[in-house]
Design a protein around this ligand. Structure first.
Ligand code: SAM
Length: 227
């Protein structure tokens, strides 16, 4: 059985045969899988189970994310699309009237993203670019409601802040994944998380929530903030 998530529009609970439950989204590209997710048909609609061990956004929801700024019809700038595991669920959620601008720097990854995901989803605009140079995709991206960033790079907070200056609407939200080990392998993860959060505060963000992503991802945090 599938029922809507009690807090978040466009996100569902799937109740499974073994009495467990899983997050799920409505498949925007029926019949097509993006990773090894399970597809479920319920009342003539297809849903995709959303694996928190494969997608940090699902892990954050299960760990108690207070608010989900990614909703039907929203525009999202997604930095670090990789091959599309999480982007595909974001595309499911924003649906027909929304847009996902999906940036990745790696040509090989982008090729796989195009063949596995983008070609079936007309609400994704793929952008092969370096997120550290937001001006380079100025002619492709409009003002957005949300920036989601998962780029596993040093200076992640700076990259998010610079993209926000260009593209995030006033009052817009960010969902920012901090990978502690990409910033400083010698520091404790909590210290690195705090440094990145302080940088966001200095750049004009109000922090709404910080979530540790264990047990789904070790030494990763998700920060929800408004601009
Ligand atoms: N968000 C993805 C998901 O949940 O399915 C996983 C993202 S993976 C951890 C990080 C991605 O960021 C990689 O695909 C990498 O190529 C990309 N990346 C790293 N540095 C980048 C940069 N400067 N600009 C754009 N993409 C970058």
């Amino acid at each position: 059985m599938i029922i809507p998530h009690e807090k978040f529009e466009g996100i569902y609970w799937a109740y499974l045969e073994d009495e467990s439950k899983s997050l799920a989204t409505k498949n925007f590209a029926p019949g097509v899988k993006v990773y090894d997710e399970r597809l479920i048909n319920y009342m003539n609609t297809e849903y995709r189970l959303w694996n928190p061990y494969r997608s940090k956004l699902a892990g954050a929801i299960l760990n108690g994310l207070k608010e989900m700024p990614i909703k039907p019809s929203k525009k999202v700038l997604y930095l670090g699309s990789a091959t599309g595991t999480t982007v595909s669920h974001v595309s499911d959620i924003v649906g027909e009237k929304g847009i996902v601008y999906a940036v990745d720097i790696a040509p090989r990854v982008m090729r796989e993203f195009l063949t596995k995901c983008v070609q079936y989803r007309k609400n994704i605009i793929p952008i092969l670019a370096d997120a550290r140079k937001p001006k380079s995709y100025y002619n492709l991206v409009d003002e957005v409601d949300v920036i989601y960033a998962d780029i596993a790079q040093p200076q992640q907070a700076t990259v998010v802040a610079e993209n926000s200056e260009f593209y995030l609407k006033k009052g817009g939200k960010i969902l920012f994944i901090i990978k502690a080990m990409s910033i400083d392998v010698t520091k404790k993860a909590d210290i690195t998380f705090q440094m990145e959060i302080n940088e966001l505060k200095n750049r004009g963000f109000n922090i709404i929530q910080t979530l540790n992503l264990e047990p789904y991802d070790i030494d990763h945090a998700l920060v929800l903030a408004s601009y």
